[in-house]
Unconditional design. Structure first.
Lengths: 349, 312, 358
């Protein structure tokens, strides 16, 4: 099932399609992250768990960008941290270049971190305010000795800064001396220091102004082209995700509800949640506006998700079967990509 | 300024701030705040005098001269060796020079304060760091101990223990360190908790940093300025405590020169020799006030985000 | 469970048949003007020097219209309306210019008089609904407080009944029970509904919404924008919508003012501006948005970053980032807001060229 996610590709892939190799880099299988609810002294949590990520599977290929979209609390950030083992997953497998990361000891995992990097959302909180840019960029090299030999540090630091659009003179400045967009560039430079194969971008532009956001998006695309990286790109902004992603996964309440190429998700979304999500985006061109689906109510608590399909309480297609039987993420009928809906059907615009 | 900047980088030019703060910058910032400057000058003079007391002070702080008792400031007496002695701040009941005893008293007060603070800060910070970072059982054990310590008034405990084991400089330092480590532990744990989940600690973990590296390189440096501020305030507190305990007779023993003891003796002569209580009282007051002023100034100046405000 | 109502689309978009009104700063305000701001300037004292947040902003709001103020952080859009609402402490803020609500000078009239207008005739909804509510008071109390403050003598029972009714109106389910609840029991979207309920409680003439949906998810944003549009239709109040999102402006406003470095750089009917911007900043903002047709291509970005407000470039403040920059742009006081087409104004020397498609 996870493998099929990768095979359903749209024939027309745009310019960058050539760079995407069919070889899988990351295979996530049945990944689960549950947080136990901590009760008080007299009121233990009662064994309750928050199902932040619940049985998520997908494949990421070399050189590819997988976008993960969903609203706050859907588990997309937890998913990214579970993949990188920044938070320990409760179960499942994360195979990176064929090796299951979850089976590794802490020590072995530290060694693999070279290849798996992350760019954070908050350009203010993700840089140690007491370190200069040079110190921030060089820290990985003092941990992974030999990646860049010490005599090369100055030259390589300058190179990286130029690559992300900063000046070599910036090396000796502190993070607070930079604007948000420039700080995000420093964060990107840090993620590139060890020549990783995969970079997880966790809402990398959502804290930035529109004009700065576009600069950073261009930079990320440029770097990918040059270095052949794979990205997992997490964002709540659907236009940003469409712009940068080859394939897109939609999350709702800890589950993947739909996954496909960007055309499949944006042009023929088949899950009612994806459809509602897309129709909610404000559009500049009046002629491009479709009918708006306004969801009623709120996202249920992840402590007690609805039985069966988790979206059924807000779904216009909900039927009796939705409460009893959980829909599997698979190709359905006329829908070429994977959806987790009993009544999946492309929406007519 | 921004107008002349290049198109690509106007954001950084308008607010060009200094990257490194030199000692000169600090001195300049200090020069602008004369109250703090006075406090710092006072503390520097006090520390220098305490350290160099045996070189600076011509008289013996312990040797009594019963013929020169209770002389007011600026009086002259004939010393035991026959020479004329000038007493800028007068003499005490036993004819010892007040200024000399104050300076030697500073040596006692400061060493109790500084040594006890250093010991307790190291113990408390280390325990707090690991409690906060490791969490779980370590955290529970450390923090319950802290709670237990904080549930009893520390000075009362110090007084009780000193009553049993006897006063003296070393005993006071040990007791103070044992009762005051909890404040550092609490501060260090709080700061550790707030940084443990921060995204730059997460970033450090993502580049393969070990726990020890994260603790010492990414979390500990954030504690230095609040710890320094706390330690300065604690020195002030312990100087007061030393004076108080010595005053009550549980601290240093006569004839040791100690501000607290001097105040205690001076109280007996409040009517006839005002200087005997006034000057040691003033010494305690000015020292703790200066330390508090300095601590407050440190708090702002050491914050890397606020620091530049003082330097422009 | 889903409302497939196309009418719920927020705001009515302008049509060409709409009667011409006042384009800011170009036409003398007609009599149906509710709020007139002229040459508003706001500066703050700071250790860096004077932060010039707003530098000569003039506009007027007609009764019942929906106006967008579009700009990025630091453009002065929030500070301008904060000045209107009297939310700035003076000092550190220095405010000059003129803010008139139906002839009452809000900057100079006695506090007793302006209090009757602010929070009553003009009300405001903020970006972060969660911090705008007092966590230690019940929701009902906070809504009811409005009546007690602005309508002395209101009974407790009446205030509570009104609160329930308002909560119903903004779409909060089981309002009767929730009125006794506390803010922490509400989600972000629900909290914003409460803020809106409070803002419309006294039937204001103007509602100012400062980034009302920025902190919310896109499906919740759709709910809130639909609610605002519906309330506007029912009450006939004017809506000033402050946002950085061109999409929101396009869908929800009739008229828009684009702000940059504390000035209005372009104003006019939303549809016309977005179809053919008359200022390079507006054009750059639009091309920075990742749109479907730009997939797999580089976005056309605005180079650099907005100026630091203590050192705004001379001449046109946008010139260091502008592709159309000429020597004429870099000096002097900069181009003023001038009419370029019917109801439209732009502060660019090349506005006419841009509108003509140059």
């Amino acid at each position: 099932m996870a493998g099929a996610a990768g095979t359903a590709r749209h024939p027309a892939q745009g310019e960058r399609a050539g760079a995407v190799l069919r070889e899988p880099l990351l295979e996530v299988e049945h990944l689960v992250k549950h947080y136990p609810v901590r009760g008080g002294l007299l009121r233990p949590g009662g064994g309750k768990v928050v199902r932040a990520v619940d049985d998520v599977s997908f494949v990421l290929h070399r050189g590819e960008t997988l976008g993960i979209v969903g609203e706050s609390g859907c588990g997309k950030s937890t998913l990214s941290r579970a993949i990188l083992r920044l938070t320990e997953p409760t179960g499942g497998r994360v195979r990176f270049a064929g090796e299951d990361l979850l089976q590794l000891s802490r020590r072995e995992m530290r060694a693999r971190r070279r290849h798996l990097q992350i760019v954070f959302q908050d350009p203010f909180a993700s840089l140690n305010p007491r370190m200069t840019v040079a110190q921030i960029i060089r820290e990985p090299w003092s941990i992974f000795k030999g990646v860049v030999p010490r005599p090369e540090w100055d030259r390589r630091t300058a190179e990286l800064l130029v690559q992300v659009g900063l000046s070599p003179d910036d090396a000796h400045r502190y993070p607070y001396q930079f604007s948000g967009g420039q700080r995000q560039r420093i964060g990107i430079a840090r993620a590139l220091t060890l020549n990783p194969k995969l970079v997880v971008c966790d809402e990398p532009v959502s804290a930035l102004d529109v004009s700065i956001q576009a600069q950073v998006l261009n930079l990320l695309a440029e770097i990918q082209e040059k270095l052949g990286l794979s990205y997992i790109f997490i964002a709540h902004d659907l236009s940003v995700v469409r712009h940068i992603s080859d394939r897109i996964a939609v999350m709702y309440l800890g589950k993947l509800v739909e996954i496909g190429t960007w055309q499949e998700i944006y042009e023929t979304p088949a899950h009612p949640y994806t459809q509602a999500l897309l129709s909610s985006v404000p559009v500049i061109e009046p002629e491009a506006r479709g009918e708006r689906i306004i969801l009623k109510g709120e996202v249920p608590s992840p402590l007690a998700p609805p039985s069966g399909c988790r979206f059924r309480t807000r779904c216009r297609k909900a039927a009796a079967v939705c409460a009893t039987e959980e829909p599997v993420l698979e190709t359905r009928g006329a829908v070429g990509h994977l959806t987790a809906c009993h009544f999946a059907a492309p929406r007519e615009y | 300024m921004a107008a002349s900047s290049s198109v690509s980088r106007p954001g950084t030019t308008g607010e060009e701030r200094q990257a490194r703060v030199t000692a000169r910058d600090l001195a300049a910032a200090l020069a602008r705040d004369w109250v703090v400057l006075l406090a710092v000058v006072f503390l520097v003079v006090l520390v220098a005098a305490a350290v160099l007391a045996h070189l600076l002070m011509p008289y013996d702080p312990l040797l009594p001269n019963i013929f020169a008792g209770r002389r007011p400031p600026f009086s002259e007496t004939r010393g035991l060796d026959g020479g004329v002695q000038l007493h800028l701040l007068g003499t005490d009941a036993l004819g010892r020079d007040m200024l000399t005893r104050l300076v030697y008293g500073a040596r006692a007060s400061l060493s109790v304060g500084v040594v006890a603070v250093a010991v307790s800060a190291v113990i408390g910070t280390t325990l707090g760091l690991f409690a906060g970072f490791l969490g779980g059982r370590v955290d529970t054990v450390v923090m319950r101990t802290v709670d237990a310590f904080q549930a009893v008034p520390s000075l009362l405990v110090a007084l009780f223990v000193l009553f049993i084991i006897g006063g003296g400089l070393v005993n006071m330092v040990v007791i103070f360190a044992l009762v005051r480590w909890v404040v550092y532990a609490r501060l260090a744990r709080g700061i550790t908790l707030s940084y443990r989940e921060s995204s730059y600690v997460e970033a450090a973990r993502s580049i393969g940093a070990t726990d020890l590296r994260i603790i010492f390189r990414h979390i500990l440096p954030n504690m230095f300025s609040p710890l320094l501020v706390l330690a300065t305030l604690e020195v002030a507190l312990l100087i007061l405590a030393e004076a108080g305990l010595s005053f009550l007779g549980f601290g240093l023993k006569p004839p040791e020169p100690s501000w607290g003891l001097m105040i205690a003796r001076g109280r007996e002569y409040l009517r006839e020799a005002w200087w005997m209580i006034t000057f040691p009282g003033l010494a305690v007051f000015l020292t703790t006030l200066s330390l508090n002023l300095f601590a407050n100034w440190l708090r702002t100046i050491t914050d890397p985000v606020q620091r530049w405000r003082w330097l422009i | 469970m889903v409302d497939l109502n196309p009418a719920a689309e927020c705001g009515e978009r302008p049509s060409s048949s709409e009667p011409p009104g006042s384009a800011a700063a170009t036409v003398t305000p007609p009599t149906d003007v509710a709020l007139a701001v002229s040459d508003l300037r706001v500066a703050f004292e700071s250790p860096h020097g004077l932060v010039r947040a707003v530098n000569g902003v003039s506009f007027s709001i007609r009764r019942g219209e929906t106006v967008g103020i579009l700009g990025e952080s630091g453009s002065g859009k929030s500070v301008s309306v904060s000045a209107v609402m009297g939310l700035l402490d003076r000092p550190p803020a220095h405010i000059t210019g003129d803010i008139r609500f139906r002839g009452v000078d809000l900057l100079r009239a006695p506090a007793r008089e302006t209090r009757r207008i602010r929070g009553n005739r003009i009300s405001m909804v903020f970006q972060d609904p969660v911090t705008a509510l007092n966590p230690s008071l019940t929701v009902g109390y906070q809504i009811g407080e409005l009546f007690r403050v602005h309508r002395p003598g209101t009974s407790r029972r009446y205030a509570l009944r009104e609160a329930v009714e308002l909560m119903d109106r903004v779409g909060i389910p089981s309002a009767r029970e929730r009125v006794h609840g506390y803010p922490h029991e509400l989600s972000g979207g629900m909290s914003q509904r409460i803020m809106i309920a409070m803002a419309i409680a006294l039937k204001p003439d103007i509602l100012i919404a400062d980034e009302p949906t920025t902190a919310l998810d896109v499906t919740v944003q759709a709910q809130i924008m639909a609610l605002l549009a519906e309330l506007r239709r029912e009450t006939g109040m004017a809506l000033i919508l402050i946002t950085h999102d061109v999409g929101v402006v396009s869908e929800c406003t009739e008229r828009v003012m684009v702000m940059y470095a504390g000035r209005i750089v372009e104003s006019g009917p939303t549809g016309a501006i977005l179809a053919r911007p008359a200022h390079p900043y507006t054009a750059g903002l639009m091309s920075s948005m990742p749109r479907a047709e730009m997939k797999n291509r580089r976005l056309v970005v605005i180079e650099g970053a907005p100026p630091v407000m203590t050192a705004i470039p001379p001449g046109c403040a946008f010139h260091p980032r502008c592709g159309r920059r000429r020597p004429l742009c870099t000096g002097g006081g900069g181009p003023g807001l001038r009419g370029v087409a019917e109801e439209r104004a732009s502060a660019c020397h090349f506005a006419a060229e841009m509108v003509a498609g140059g």
